[in-house]
Design a protein around this ligand. Structure first.
Ligand code: FAD
Length: 629
């Protein structure tokens, strides 16, 4: 293993966003020696960018809220494809995780009577998002980091070393997981700055690497989101589920071009903002789908009354789940009723006083002023769909976060199942806390349970080194060119609306790109070399893109974040099937159907038969009628 730097831990957490930090805190609290590794600076994870808030049925603003209502909303948002056990745990445990954050020092916005305030968001029946203005993610990360520091101070008291039980390795990228037989034995990576290699010897690894947005041109995601954890899991023999489901957030900036895709938070709509087309029409009233007709207002008057009287009015259609709103905007632009820069208008300026806008949406006000020279207190924004979140991810056990590979765990955006075919806004931050904690506990229990520590095998370390070094000095394709072609292909052919011919064409391109990725070259040395880093990331992006495209081709229906132009209806027989990706020989992606486990009876009984009929097959309904009686 040459002179590779080497560290030994009980639990290695890859990723320092909300999921990774919460997992690491849990592992340390269970007495495990824990490493936190992140490829960007500590504190600069995606979680920091989360604006709207964390969804938790605390019932502070409307006391009718409880875990059962939250569970129902989550299942509806995901069009019943969710792993119902995860949705159940999430809805039940989210309030405790938010209160715990407060106990660790988070300062949430308050209601008049001093409780944690909660705001409205798409798909949530009651005001449910605990928030800090529109900078909730920042406060969440700040608090978790502060908790890490507090634990390190405790460790200094007891062991005389701040890093005895929890240490952060930042600007360090993991490129391979290592195994001894079937089981995880560690992780291998490089320091971004020096290019030197580093080896972590550990029986348990928690993946908390976030999403895959950088495979698309127009995205709200930043440079780290290259699907590393998804690919690391696949390469280690784990499975990915639901990869066809990608969330296109309805409102990204469309102009100027340099910032296209940057997120405009859903809170703008939650706090009263409305969508209009070039004719000035509030077009969302034209797009309320059959399954949601009962819950949404049919007139502007009713929708507007809802903001002050939710008991007697139905919610505005601007607050439909994200997939519905994104498709509606797409359709308006296609029909020639878009804004000058190719989006639609999102207006809060005529809906709230300027001071109120600045108070509730300070970051949005700042973002538009700085980036687009638009004053959102005086004029509408122009917005359009942007690739935002991947519902698909590592298939895990709901209770422990365990993947199919012994010793491998996953939590947060890199895991799959919780959100089904579409995630509700605000359900990610709570997901990170609930399942980050569970994965940290799952990994700790695993370490306690195994009879012997798996060994790091020298030949695997050598192979990982060689693989990482291969692009350096090779006179192959330029990684930036290959990346751009991949992004365009995914954006144009496997985007918000899909067709069999286009997805097949994308697969052919991706196959060719896979060959080119194996030959990309990066000039220069390993010392701080972004071209080399991208060459390494491309392996992951191409693998993940292939999973998305293959699953998208197989699923012949439209549901949540997967819309097939050639199969526009939702099909109950497809709700019973999950598409599962794994790697075959030669790293070819294999996709197989797997039955979706039947929902537990007491959870099914939380729904009305009339509603279930829209999602379940006739056979399932017959069974349900049995339970209801
Ligand atoms: P992240 O926070 O992204 O952390 C990933 C970590 O993994 C990083 O530390 C990264 O450096 C590290 N990493 C990745 N690859 C490697 C590697 N190979 N080696 C080492 N480290 C690696 N959700 C909500 O619920 N409410 C909101 O209001 C909201 N707003 C959002 C706004 C924006 C602009 C965006 C982009 C997302 C928003 N989301 C929101 C979604 C939510 O923020 C993310 O889904 C969530 O933060 C993901 O958290 P995570 O812990 O899984 O990953």
């Amino acid at each position: 293993t040459h002179n590779t730097e080497r560290h030994e831990y009980d639990v290695v957490v890859i990723g320092a966003g909300g999921a990774g930090l919460r997992a690491a805190i849990e592992a340390r609290q269970q007495g495990k020696r824990t490493a936190i590794i992140c490829k960007s600076l500590f504190g600069k994870a995606h979680t920091v960018m989360a604006e709207g808030g964390a969804a938790a049925a605390m019932g502070n603003v409307n006391s009718a809220d409880n875990w059962m209502v939250h569970f129902r909303d989550t299942m509806r948002g995901g069009k019943f494809l969710n792993n119902w056990r995860m949705a159940e745990l999430h809805a039940k445990e989210a309030p405790d995780r938010v209160w715990e954050l407060e106990a660790w020092g988070a300062l949430f916005d308050r209601t008049k009577d001093g409780k944690i305030s909660q705001r409205n968001f798409g798909g949530h029946e009651y005001p449910r998002l605990a928030h800090v203005g529109d900078r909730t993610g920042l406060e969440l990360i700040r608090t978790l980091q502060q908790r890490v520091v507090a634990l390190q101070q405790e460790d200094y008291e007891t062991h005389g070393d701040y890093e005895a039980y929890i240490k952060v390795f930042s600007e360090c990228t993991i490129t391979r997981l290592l195994k001894d037989g079937d089981a995880i034995s560690g992780a291998f990576g490089y320091w971004r700055e020096s290019g030197n290699f580093v080896l972590f010897d550990a029986p348990a690894v928690v993946l908390a690497t976030g999403g895959i947005g950088k495979s698309y041109v127009v995205t709200s995601n930043s440079w780290e989101y290259t699907g590393d954890g998804h690919a690391l899991a696949l390469l280690a023999g784990a499975k990915l589920i639901n990869m066809e489901f990608i969330q296109f957030h309805p409102t990204g900036m469309v102009w100027p071009p340099s910032v296209r895709g940057i997120l405009v938070t859903e809170s703008v709509r939650g706090d009263g903002g409305v969508l209009r087309n070039s004719e000035g029409r509030r077009f969302m009233f034209d797009y309320i789908p059959e399954v949601f007709k009962a819950q949404y207002a049919t007139t502007e008057e009713e929708a507007d009354r809802w903001y002050t009287d939710q008991a007697n009015n139905r919610r505005p259609p601007e607050l439909l789940p994200r997939d519905e709103v994104a498709r509606a905007i797409n359709a308006e632009v296609k029909a020639g009723r878009g804004s000058p820069q190719g989006g639609v208008f999102l207006d809060v300026s005529t809906r709230l006083p300027a001071e109120e806008i600045k108070r509730r949406l300070p970051s949005m006000h700042h973002q538009f002023k700085e980036l687009a020279d638009v004053d959102i207190t005086a004029e509408p924004m122009q917005v359009g769909p942007t690739c935002h979140y991947v519902m698909g991810g590592v298939e895990v056990d709901a209770d422990t976060g365990a993947a199919a590979v012994p010793g491998l765990f996953a939590a947060g955006e890199v895991s799959g199942g919780m959100h089904g075919s579409n995630r509700l806004g605000g359900n990610s931050l709570s997901d990170l806390l609930v399942f980050g904690r569970r994965a940290g506990a799952g990994a700790s229990a695993y370490v306690d349970r195994i009879p012997a520590r798996p060994k790091v095998l020298a030949e695997q370390v050598d192979a990982a080194r060689e693989e990482a070094l291969a692009p350096l000095g090779r006179s192959g394709d330029n990684p930036y060119e290959v990346h751009h072609e991949l992004q365009r292909t995914m954006n144009d052919l496997v985007g918000i609306i899909r067709k069999a011919e286009e997805v097949s064409e994308a697969l052919q391109v991706v196959e060719k790109l896979k060959e080119r990725v194996a030959m990309v070259g990066a000039a220069g040395s390993p010392i701080y070399n972004p071209g080399w880093h991208l060459a390494i990331d491309l392996r992951n992006m191409v693998l993940v893109s292939e999973c998305v495209a293959r699953a998208a081709l197989l699923r012949e229906e439209s549901r949540g974040g997967h819309t097939r132009d050639d199969f526009p209806a939702m099909d109950p027989t497809w709700r019973r099937k999950l598409l599962v990706c794994s790697l075959g020989p030669g790293d070819g992606v294999r996709v197989e159907e797997q039955p979706q486990p039947q929902m537990r009876d007491d959870l099914l009984a939380l729904f009305d038969g009339d509603e279930l009929k829209k999602y379940l097959t006739d056979e399932e309904m017959a069974e349900f009628d049995g339970i209801a009686k």
